[in-house]
Design a protein around this ligand. Structure first.
Ligand code: ZN
Length: 416
């Protein structure tokens, strides 16, 4: 059997013919098996796929394919540009790669499969490609394999933000509260970021959304009020409780400053975790400290009671009218408390009252999104070193949305 015949069998792409096969050592000392290939049949436009006449011929270019043992395999072809009536003069379509890619489809899918399972070092060592290239490959793999979303079924969404690149930059993630699927993501965390999502899905899809769960961030709320005519905002309970936790800590720090240098100050300093933990997670030593609190420091004690009673309202599974009453009582108490951080929380709750109450009606939280966020955060960590937010998003989708890249032997349709 001739080498060209073997190569043709191994390269299972349609509309591909094989020419000469040769070995080479490239500038970096890598051993490369070069397979000359050509497009079989009439040339087509790489944008729309229509058959169209040739325009001119380009210099040969190469695509990295799956290794053959220790040898890197490169396909080499001189393509032409075609003149498409719709798209103008563009490079012709090839069956083995996307227009802008220098890797074959099979190679890219292998990268996707590995990126779901392996770390950075494993992938770049095994495949001998730069980590940066992995990012752009994943963008293409995800765009090809992502299942289309049926917007007529999306009626409840959660919006959350995620930091990447050590907290300097943010992604806004939108997920479906019913299915838990990530629907959309984009760099940024402003009202405009979320509005870009609403613009993309269109007015009809926006009108179908009945509930939108968000954190306490005002930008998202503004975007929802502007673009979702039928949606109720649901403020996430854990973010509401977080406001109270932060307020307790602020009161404690204030007291610590005030008492600085005294024995009491040390006690106050060590109270931090006892105050912030849920009661069932408090250690025996912390329990003791909390038991001393009413005598030791009344301000912190009051702050602690406020925080816990707010948590209690959420834990009690009240019906909406009861929750409304309890929340109003809590707000009145916090406003009277003479604790500035809690008065601030009370004012926030009063301003966002309907959205806070909507939790009791719907039970929606962003916690499903938060669970997703934990997974997404891990994916983000793995994507560290990628250069664009799009590559980070691709890694998140690859790891969190059930996309299934196939290995070469799982790809059906071996050409003759
Ligand atoms: Zn075209």
């Amino acid at each position: 059997m001739r080498a060209e015949t073997v190569a043709r069998r191994l390269l299972s792409f349609p509309r591909l013919s094989v020419g000469k096969v040769r070995f080479e050592v490239d500038d970096l000392g890598s051993e490369v098996l070069v397979v000359e290939v050509a497009v079989r049949g009439r040339s087509r436009c790489s944008r729309c796929g229509r058959k169209c006449p040739g325009y001119d011929r380009l210099k040969p270019r190469r695509w990295r394919h799956l290794d053959f043992g220790a040898w890197e395999v490169q396909l080499e072809a001189g393509l032409c540009r075609v003149e498409c009536r719709r798209c103008g003069v563009v490079v012709e379509q090839v069956s083995w790669a996307e227009p802008e890619s220098r890797f074959t489809l099979h190679f890219e899918e292998l990268v996707g499969w590995l990126a779901q399972r392996c770390d950075k070092t494993a992938i770049s060592t095994m495949l001998r490609i730069a980590w940066r290239s992995v990012g752009t490959i994943l963008e293409r793999v995800v765009a090809r394999l992502r299942a289309p979303i049926d917007w007529t079924k999306v009626t409840a969404i959660a919006t959350d933000e995620l930091s990447f690149r050590k907290g300097q930059r943010y992604l806004t993630l939108v997920s479906d509260l019913e299915t838990g699927r990530i629907l959309w993501s984009k760099e940024g965390r402003s009202a405009a970021t979320l509005e870009a999502f609403f613009a993309e899905i269109g007015v009809e899809a926006c009108a179908r959304i009945r509930h939108a769960a968000i954190d306490m961030f005002e930008g998202y709320a503004q975007a929802i009020r502007r673009c979702l005519p039928n949606a109720t905002i649901v403020y996430d309970r854990f973010h509401v409780q977080q406001l109270a936790s932060k307020a307790v800590d602020e009161v404690r720090r204030g007291e610590w400053q005030r008492l600085r240098g005294t024995d009491e100050a040390r006690g106050v300093k060590h109270l931090r975790w006892a105050l912030l933990r849920n009661p069932w997670n408090v250690t025996p030593a912390e329990h003791e400290r909390l038991a001393e609190l009413p005598k030791q420091n009344r301000l912190i004690y009051r702050a602690y009671l406020l925080k816990e009673s707010l948590a209690g309202i959420y834990r009690s599974l009240y019906t909406t009218p009861w929750a409304k009453r309890r929340l109003n009582e809590w707000i009145a108490w916090a406003l009277r408390s003479r604790l500035a951080p809690f008065r601030k929380v009370a004012r926030t709750l009063r301003r966002c009252f309907d959205g806070v109450l909507a939790y009791f009606e719907t039970g929606y939280t962003t916690s499903r999104a938060e669970g997703l966020n934990t997974k997404a955060r891990l994916a983000t960590r793995q994507a560290y070193g990628f250069h664009s937010a799009d590559a980070v998003r691709a890694m998140i989708e690859l790891r969190c949305t059930g996309i299934a890249p196939r290995l070469p032997h799982q790809i059906v349709g071996v050409a003759g």
